[in-house]
Design a protein around this ligand. Sequence first.
Ligand SMILES: C[S@@+](CC[C@H](N)C(=O)[O-])C[C@H]1O[C@@H](n2cnc3c(N)ncnc32)[C@H](O)[C@@H]1O
Length: 591
Amino acid sequence: MALVHSNGQLDAQVELYQNAFAVVKAMALKSAMDLRIADAIDHHGGAATLAQVAAELTLHPSKISYLRRLMRTLAVCNVFTIQHPAVGATDEPVYMLTPLSRLLVGSSNLVPFMSMLLHPTIVTPFLGIGQWFQNELPPDQCCVFKQTHGESFWELTSHDTAFDAAFNDAMVSDSNFIVDIVIKEHGDVFQGISSLVDVAGGLGGAAQAISKAFPKVKCIALDLGHVVAKAPSGTLVEYVVGDMFESVPPANAVLLKWVLHDWGHDECVKILKNCRKAIPSRDVGGKVIIIDIVVGADSSDEKKRELHALFDVCLMFLSNGIEREEHEWNKLFLEAGFSSYKIMPVLAHLAPNAIGEDELVYMLTSSSRLLVGSSNNLVSLTSLALLPTMVTSFLVIGKWFHNDLELDQCIFKHTHGLSLWELIDNEATLDTHDHFNYGMGISSLIDIVGGLGAAAQAISKVKCRVLDLGHVIGKAPIGTDMEYISGDMFDNVLPTNVVLLDEWADTEECKKAITSRDIGEKVIIIDMVVRAEPSDLKHKELQALYDMYIMLANGTERDEQQWNKVIFEARFSDYKITSVLGFRSIIKVYP
Ligand SMILES: C[S@@+](CC[C@H](N)C(=O)[O-])C[C@H]1O[C@@H](n2cnc3c(N)ncnc32)[C@H](O)[C@@H]1O
């Protein structure tokens, strides 16, 4: 019974970590785009060895082993696939493009759009969400983006030329991709139109694609002055400076692609009213074409459901925008004076969902249950993965790969000028310090509920000493049976029967602390043993993501071969691995 309970908890913990490490997944993708790994593989005909990728990327040779680890993470996340050589063959593994990474190569690739989603200006506001929720919403309904940057998204794009260029290019890449599909699958929507105005059309990516496919349609792109000033010349599209809240130039049809989701209800009604004034009646072909998300559409597709929710929350934090369900769209259209509408399932299928918010009941899942309770909850440990100090390090990985490792050591030091341990030791960074130490302490939950109840009881009867650096021991709780010793594991580990090594630790000095297997002396390591092909995909993903995370501080997750090397080099005689802790294992090491 106890085992069933703990297995459930360990599975829930894997799921919890997977959610926290979604940020690592996103940052691995960002690194692949910054380094242009997909292009490097594409140049080799869609399949390349690590050496070929590295040569193509002109990485510093000291970073090659890190590239291998990044590639493993990307393969687990389905960005690339790895083709391993046949057993016994001496060939190198080959990395290949997947349907996903094929979208990152070629002339109309999605790199500008994906890079915008992971741009530091977009990512950093997410780190302040908790604080934003606690404060009163200011009268100007300032969103998290404005709280972080001191100005709204559109205010920032109006003067930050580099960010504005990145944003406009991102929108063009999305338009090239999706409007092409709209034209192929629903081209009839543009039939019979003689003129079209792409309202808030940016650099006119959509208008250009439409005018190419339908040369008889006169296409106009309307946007703010600073955007139109950068519009390309020599196209069939006419660019017009204007404000959609004031007026929209007359045309047969109006296109609103990914515009209305940026605005609240009243603003959308205003924009739609101006669009309505710009078009003729329905009898002569007047219409507004909206390309946007309908939340709840195809709710049986879990991936789309998740993506709709993520887009909505992203807009909420970035621009006070909203992704709408069909009934919300309906309300907008009626208030703006339109007579009817039709939804075409290009990006999502229609599935009306009219449940009011107050009827929904939110419940804990097995993984969120690990975040509640006064003791032994995993909040600190999970927060550790998402600490701003960690996330900001990920934002510079692309650049780090090109430098000499000797010069800036690990990614963390490259970003913060201090190693993780030096930063934790720094009194000024209490947040990191507390999360780290409290989070590490709480990992003992696993020992207690992990089917090892008897062992945990035994531990409480055993004389236990804790060795750590002075600044950590300085914060140790008082009134426990534990003896806390300040020391450096690289200098000396005190003689004892059993040494318990949790994550982040090393084995060197431990051998000296214990001497004889006959009297039960051993080192117990609680850590990850990376398995080449774990049967469970979730474990496989988590192992790779954890390895990438720990790479920030120059750590590494080891497979059994690497553990074997460390253990025998420290002159232990034997070891035994027991995989009982979800994604982690117990390794008993004997003198
Ligand atoms: C999310 S982008 C969409 C661009 C384009 N429709 C697309 O999908 O590629 C929103 C656009 O709205 C424009 N915009 C913001 N406020 C505007 C206004 N008051 N009048 C006209 N355009 C505006 C921005 O400059 C930006 O180009």
